[in-house]
Write a protein that binds this ligand. Structure first.
Ligand code: PXP
Length: 252
């Protein structure tokens, strides 16, 4: 059975800390514990305004993490230069609008292929694996390949926010066929955004998906059952999903 990896996004811990301008809860401490409880990587989104994770957090994480750091970031020059100094294991390029509460859509690689390609080259030349956060669409996958990405992360926000079974099945079908296509072209396929204990099963079943990045639901669940149990429960769902799909690789 092919394992599905779990990355935890710890930005939400920083959001709570910064709300009161306190020194706690510390996202770095949270990340260390998450690793101890079995996650495979830690994701942080360094926004241009450092509204949750700060440059200092990223430096501290880079010194203590035992697994991998996945740095989500825009393609702005300042952030790209910062990433080349810190050298996380991977960078996931995302669109960024200052007023948004969370990342609202995928990066439109198709419309800014040259700018994206330039950033991908810079990061790869620093030894960083580069992923692009995109909508599960063929033109965005093809553009990501042309831009030189190692991986894509499919935005699961539309799937997560779907209002009924018909909508969610429609979104799921797009993710399955995009995952199959991207993998057939040699890309590593990840997914994330808005995934919860209730909706993750069908996504985790998709055999081509390598890693899921999940934050909000795990951080929220940890308030009630503790981080150790929150991670254990999520890992159990991912494992069950993969077990269920071992003889059915199409993801259905
Ligand atoms: N992947 C990307 C690229 C994201 O921007 C986010 C949100 O920061 C996540 C995954 C995790 O989303 P959530 O916190 O909703 O699980």
């Amino acid at each position: 059975m092919k394992k599905i990896y779990l990355g935890v996004n710890v930005d939400h811990v920083a959001t709570i800390r910064n709300r009161r301008m306190e020194r706690y809860p510390d996202p770095v401490r949270f990340a260390i514990l998450a690793e101890e409880y079995g996650v495979d990587s830690i994701t942080v989104h360094l926004r241009e305004d450092q509204r949750h994770i700060t440059e200092n957090d990223v430096h501290r994480l880079s010194q203590v993490l035992q697994t991998r750091m996945n740095l989500e970031m825009s393609i702005s020059k300042k952030i790209v230069n910062f990433a080349r100094i810190v050298k996380p294991n991977s960078c996931c390029l995302v669109p960024e609008r200052r007023e948004e509460i969370t990342t609202e859509g995928g990066l439109n690689v198709y419309h800014q292929k040259d700018e994206v390609r330039e950033v991908v080259e810079k990061l790869k030349s620093s030894g960083i694996v580069v992923s692009l956060f995109i909508e599960p669409k063929r033109d965005q996958i093809d553009a990501s390949i042309e831009a030189g990405a190692d991986a894509v992360e499919f935005h699961t926000g539309f799937y997560s926010n779907s209002r009924n079974l018909h909508e969610s099945q429609e979104e799921l079908r797009k993710i399955i066929s995009s995952a199959t296509y991207a993998r057939s072209k040699g890309l590593i396929v990840n997914a994330g955004h808005g995934l919860t204990y209730q909706n993750v099963f069908d996504i985790a079943k998709i055999y081509e998906i390598h890693e899921l990045n999940i934050g909000y639901s795990i951080v929220s669940r940890s308030l009630f059952v503790g981080l150790k149990n929150a991670i254990k429960e999520m890992k159990r769902i991912l494992h069950e999903a993969r077990k269920r799909n071992v003889n059915n690789r199409s993801g259905c």
